[in-house]
Design a protein around this ligand. Structure first.
Ligand SMILES: *Cc1c(COP(=O)(O)O)cnc(C)c1O
Length: 432
């Protein structure tokens, strides 16, 4: 499999190069040259396939021989080494819970897959050791830190805004040690992001270290997200009409992976991009004109993205045909008050606690079902509610119990290097 740049001003590359460099030299995102089709055997055996075998079958064509099957199977097994249950919530609505991984976020799968691929390439010695540099507003950093922990040949440096991540999130970033370093920046997430972007542009740093990013632009993080949809299809009742899928969307990496799996022949129905007030895509589908927005803060903060980077991949998948896109995808905007009302209603009527991101997806799915009765739907529950006590506890009036996956972090000493919003300080740290 070869990958081309969506700006078409750079050479095509294999999976290894796309995974190591992240973005094409012309600034474009990489996109697979062909969309593999799932075979009839795969679809027939899907309900009983072992998760690691399933992951290997889906990822093998994309990895295209740059990692031998035995190693790739091991990487896949480690990436999907926790359950992905489909849980009934209310009549006609089920939740695919993606938060049973080590950091309670769906980003665990992509981060673990990507880290182990980079580790494999670094260990083979045909790549320099890699420094993964990321800015986080909370969720991404924890998944990346945990995913890369102890991976040989890879050092991880995470910038996070001091005092602006939740206590659980800070523990996930700062208590691991080993090859993970947390920089606690006296500034905002945007300051952290700006420092990281400047570092990627700095020629002196590029000569000293091989810097790469770990966001969903990277094919090694983006593509394995197809697996969630396969796990959903696996658990869907045989013979039933394919489910409508509602995906809480920010950078649109997750939903784009789902649409890719559907294009490969996975039996899935209509897709709904569930957005908060940051809604350039719902506006685009209504008006046909795309306009980026300045991001605004909401309760579902992992979706506070005003110009989703992966949307160009969705346009490419549908060959820029707006009609074809609208036949497969709708998009909804859900406000913070609607999000709160949804959490409240589902908690008291159905006894199910939605995190704010899943609540946006639930509300969007309900709206679709009001127009399309007799459809059954799945919403993707992307984070564990315990990560959002500030929003949820006042609504439900009780504390949320800490799950086992994060309990072991309690009481571990925090290790973070304080840093001002000062590129000179970051550069000095990276040149050390
Ligand atoms: C990252 C994230 C999202 C958005 O996913 P995208 O792939 O960026 O659209 C949704 N929910 C949670 C909890 C997240 O962490």
């Amino acid at each position: 499999m070869q990958y081309y740049s969506l700006r078409r001003q750079a050479p095509t590359v294999d999976f290894r190069t796309a995974a190591i460099t992240g973005q094409a030299p012309d600034g474009g995102l990489y996109f697979p040259e062909t969309i593999p089709r799932f075979g009839a055997d795969f679809l027939r055996d899907l309900p009983t396939l072992d998760r690691a075998d399933l992951a290997l079958a889906v990822m093998r064509p994309y990895v295209g021989g740059t990692i031998p099957d035995a190693d790739l199977h091991e990487i896949c097994a480690a990436a999907v080494d926790f359950p992905f249950p489909l849980v009934p919530v209310s009549p006609g609505i089920t939740a695919l819970e993606l938060f049973h991984g080590p950091t309670l976020a769906f980003k665990d799968v992509g981060a673990r897959f990507m880290s182990r691929c980079l580790g494999y390439f670094a260990q083979r010695g045909d790549t320099p050791s890699v420094t993964v540099l990321v800015a986080t507003s909370g969720d991404t950093g924890g998944a990346v830190a945990s995913g890369f922990l102890g991976v040989p040949g890879v050092e991880v440096v995470i910038l996070y805004p001091k005092g602006k991540v939740s206590p659980v999130q800070e523990q996930q970033l700062t208590t691991l040690g080993q090859n993970i370093t947390a920089l606690e920046v006296s500034g905002t997430f945007d300051d952290c992001q700006a420092l990281v972007k400047q570092a990627f542009r700095d020629p002196e740093l590029a000569a000293h270290r091989f810097l790469t990013s770990a966001n969903s632009i990277n094919v090694a993080r983006w593509l394995p997200q197809q697996l969630y949809y396969c796990f959903a299809a696996q658990q869907w009742p045989a013979g039933a009409q394919p489910p409508v899928i509602s995906v809480p969307s920010g950078n649109f990496g997750n939903i784009c992976a789902g649409l890719l799996a559907r294009a490969s022949g996975l039996p899935l129905g209509h897709f709904i991009a569930a957005c908060n007030a940051n809604d350039p895509v719902p506006r685009y589908l209504r008006s046909g004109t795309y306009a980026a927005q300045a991001a605004v803060a909401t309760h579902s903060n992992a979706m506070d993205v005003g110009d989703p980077s992966n949307f160009v991949r969705i346009l490419e998948l549908f060959q820029h045909d707006l009609g074809a896109l609208k036949a497969a995808l709708s998009a909804e905007t859900v406000s913070d008050p609607d999000t709160v009302a949804t959490i409240l209603q589902v908690w008291f009527e159905n006894g199910y606690l939605l995190d704010p991101h899943a609540a946006v997806a639930y509300a969007a799915l309900l709206r679709y079902q009001a127009q399309h009765p007799d459809t059954a739907g799945i919403l993707l529950a992307t984070a564990h509610p315990v990560k959002f006590p500030g929003v949820l506890e006042p609504i439900i009036g009780q504390p949320i119990e800490l799950p086992e996956a994060v309990r072991h972090l309690q009481g571990r000493p925090k290790q973070a290097i304080p840093m001002d919003v000062d590129f000179g300080a970051l550069k000095e740290f990276l040149l050390r």
